[in-house]
Ligand binder design. Structure first.
Ligand code: 2NE
Length: 273
């Protein structure tokens, strides 16, 4: 498979999807998300693959979410570059591609492990949130930024996050838009393990080898069972995606995006409270 924004490798029963836009802190575009979807569908149907790893290229970021430099009132522009091969997906708004990626990570009947090597911010943070397991480098930083940059994830990114870290903490994460260290993330149950950056690869490989030594059918059934209780969040996520696409067309949302790009504080004072 030929990709432009991701690296996709398969070895020893593992599939690895690496977001490969390190110069943009692995911010994603529609192209990136479509390629991730293609790779995950390949891993899903490959009977030799038992576990999937998602990570970011370089040592600075896992992913910092949607690429703000291409965001306008129409949402995020679709890349004109080579397509992933999934006909028609290029016509979907970014929020829909992001939603589809999240739903595939949740539904694929194999464990998905987030190897969080740096910033996991915004929609990038949500990708790790929906992964089955997360292993973080001591240098990783976690957070949501939507209310500061004119965006929100009112589905898995908030409702499912609350199931993981609790209501108060999830509200704090979204309302205050602060950053959290890997140690903070471990304390709130947001990641499974924190290791020195130089041990991250080894630790994830070890975890994946353990997963691969277990019964794939048992793991698949357990994953479906863990998902069952929060399945309704997909419905909320879908409605939130429609709201988000409408919100992106507003001056209020654009103020958040423009302030970020212009490296200034947003001024939301003129918008109705
Ligand atoms: C990521 C963070 C915390 C990094 O901060 P810092 O201080 O370490 O670096 P800096 O200078 O802010 O960023 C480094 C470069 O990366 C770019 C910046 O503009 C900067 O560019 P230069 O000045 O060097 O040219 N950069 C960072 N994030 C970017 C992004 N997302 N898109 C494009 N360029 C980006 C800090 O930069 C930060 O808070 N970034 C904002 C992240 C953000 O707004 N993400 C989108 C959230 S919305 C979303 O992801 C989403 C959703 O909510 C729902 C559905 C789908 C997606």
């Amino acid at each position: 498979m030929k990709f432009q924004d991701i690296l996709y490798t398969k070895y020893d029963g593992k599939a690895r999807v690496t977001i490969n836009r390190p110069n943009k802190l692995n911010a994603f575009t529609n192209q990136t998300l479509q390629e991730m979807i293609s790779a995950l569908l390949d891993a899903w149907t490959d009977k030799n693959i038992g576990v999937i790893i998602i990570t970011g290229a370089g040592d600075r970021a896992f992913s910092v979410g949607g690429d703000q430099s291409i965001r306008s009132k129409d949402g995020y522009a679709t890349s004109n570059s080579e397509k992933s091969g999934l006909e028609g997906l290029e016509n979907l708004p970014l929020a829909n591609n992001h939603a589809m990626l999240l739903q595939i990570i949740r539904t694929i009947p194999k464990p998905v492990v987030a190897m969080v090597n740096g910033y996991a911010i915004g929609g990038g943070h949500v990708i790790h949130v929906v992964c089955d397991l997360s292993v973080a480098s001591e240098k990783a930083k976690f957070g949501q930024v939507g209310p500061r940059v004119g965006s929100f994830d009112a589905g898995y990114g908030s409702a499912y996050l609350a199931r993981i870290v609790g209501e108060k903490k999830a509200r704090e994460i979204w309302y205050l838009c602060q950053q959290y260290t890997a140690e903070d993330a471990l304390k709130m149950g947001l990641v499974n393990k924190v290791v020195p950056p130089e041990n991250l690869e080894e630790e994830v490989e070890k975890m994946c080898d353990t997963l691969l030594s277990h019964s794939p059918t048992a793991l698949a059934a357990l994953k479906a069972s863990f998902n069952a209780d929060t399945e309704a969040i997909w419905g909320i996520h879908s409605i939130a995606g429609i709201a988000l696409n409408l919100y992106y067309g507003t001056d209020e949302a654009m103020e958040g995006r423009n302030a970020f790009m212009e490296k200034r504080k947003p001024d939301f004072s003129k918008f109705r409270k």
